[in-house]
Design a protein around this ligand. Structure first.
Ligand SMILES: [Zn+2]
Length: 343
């Protein structure tokens, strides 16, 4: 077998099959074999689903495994390829970045065949799997130090047609939040590589990153809804229940909506995700751990907005991000959808 990256099986074969994506060894580590599932039912949409891009976001790999269980019964046409774990060394270490080379897989796309292990994984995915798909769902979580609602995120895309298609796909998950996130740190993202090829990329951000059965049920429902919208499976989409509500809203988050801690200390949240807050509302308090006589610092909402994400790991350093606010997606001239189906 070749030493270059390759698939151990024929993805074009009709029906269900499993095999591996072989990532060759390098100076830094041995070769990796990433399990790959393929279900090819002929003509129709071509979808790639990936999980475990970041190693401490483990809902994605679990939801991906559940899909592999029920898809053979449910899928009626098209092709679905699933890679539950893109970055095995990071998942094993429960770290965001690959422990071997310290790199963030989601910042090195399209990767390099002769690079370090993270770059070799990105290269194999870019060259061997991405050409087989027109739509990509990359299943992330917000990470273990944040509270975040089940959400799908995308970034502003210059191509208006692709932006519209992407937003439509994201909203089809019917998760509590669809977030258009202005992010200055997009170089090397899987998203950007896929979108530059004119394909739809949706990033699911499945909550805070600690795994629980209730949250997993919501995420699985979201992916099923998206598969129904794509026409890959039959069924009726439903809004999953999150904190007693069946609702979905599309918001945008600007770089200026991210609040940073003014000092180091213990951060006490005074609001919850999806709360609507008014300008001046107390949304958090920062306590000193060095002195009982030092005043705690009030954190107030700079603008009327919705709470998108809030720190749940308590100790923060000065300048660390603590709250993400979001607002109706007006500046992108997009509609805000708010559906309350249970009244
Ligand atoms: Zn992630």
């Amino acid at each position: 077998m070749s030493d270059a990256s390759h698939l151990t099986f024929d993805l074009g074969k009709l029906g269900g099959s499993t095999g591996h994506l072989f990532v060759p060894k390098g100076a830094d580590c041995e070769a990796l074999s990433l399990p790959v599932f393929s279900l090819n039912k002929g003509e129709g949409p071509r979808l790639l689903i990936t999980g475990g891009n970041h190693g401490n976001e483990l809902e994605g790999p679990i939801v991906a495994r559940r899909l592999i269980e029920w898809l053979p019964e449910a899928q009626t046409c098209g092709r679905v390829i699933i890679v539950p774990v893109l970055n095995p060394p990071a998942v094993q270490a429960w770290t965001r970045n690959t422990p071997i080379d310290g790199l963030n897989l989601n910042r090195v796309f399209p990767g390099r065949a002769d690079g370090s292990v993270t770059e070799r994984i990105a290269d194999a995915v870019s060259r061997l799997l991405l050409p087989m798909a027109d739509t990509v769902f990359d299943l992330h979580s917000f990470g273990p130090v944040w509270d975040f609602p089940p959400a799908v995120t995308t970034h502003p895309i210059a191509d208006a047609d692709l932006m519209s298609k992407t937003l439509q796909m994201a909203e089809a998950f019917k998760l509590p939040l669809t977030l258009v996130w202005e992010n200055d740190d997009t170089l090397g993202m899987f998203d950007i590589l896929v979108q530059n090829q004119g394909k739809v990329f949706v990033c699911a951000e499945f909550g805070g990153g600690t795994v629980g059965s209730e949250a997993l049920a919501i995420y699985e429902a979201g992916v099923r809804n998206a598969l129904v919208a794509l026409g890959l499976v039959e069924g009726k989409a439903e809004y999953p229940t999150f904190r007693q509500k069946k609702s979905s809203q599309t918001l945008e988050m600007l770089s200026s909506d991210i609040l940073k801690s003014p000092a180091r200390g213990i951060f006490e949240p005074r609001c919850s995700v999806l709360d609507e807050v008014k300008q001046g509302d107390l949304i958090g308090v920062l306590h000193s751990i060095e002195s009982l006589s030092a005043d705690s610092i009030d954190i107030r909402a700079p603008t009327t907005s919705t709470v998108g994400a809030i720190r749940s790991g308590a100790h923060v350093d000065a300048g660390e991000e603590i709250i993400y606010l979001a607002r109706p997606a007006k500046s992108l001239r997009m509609r805000r959808v708010e559906l309350l189906l249970d009244h």
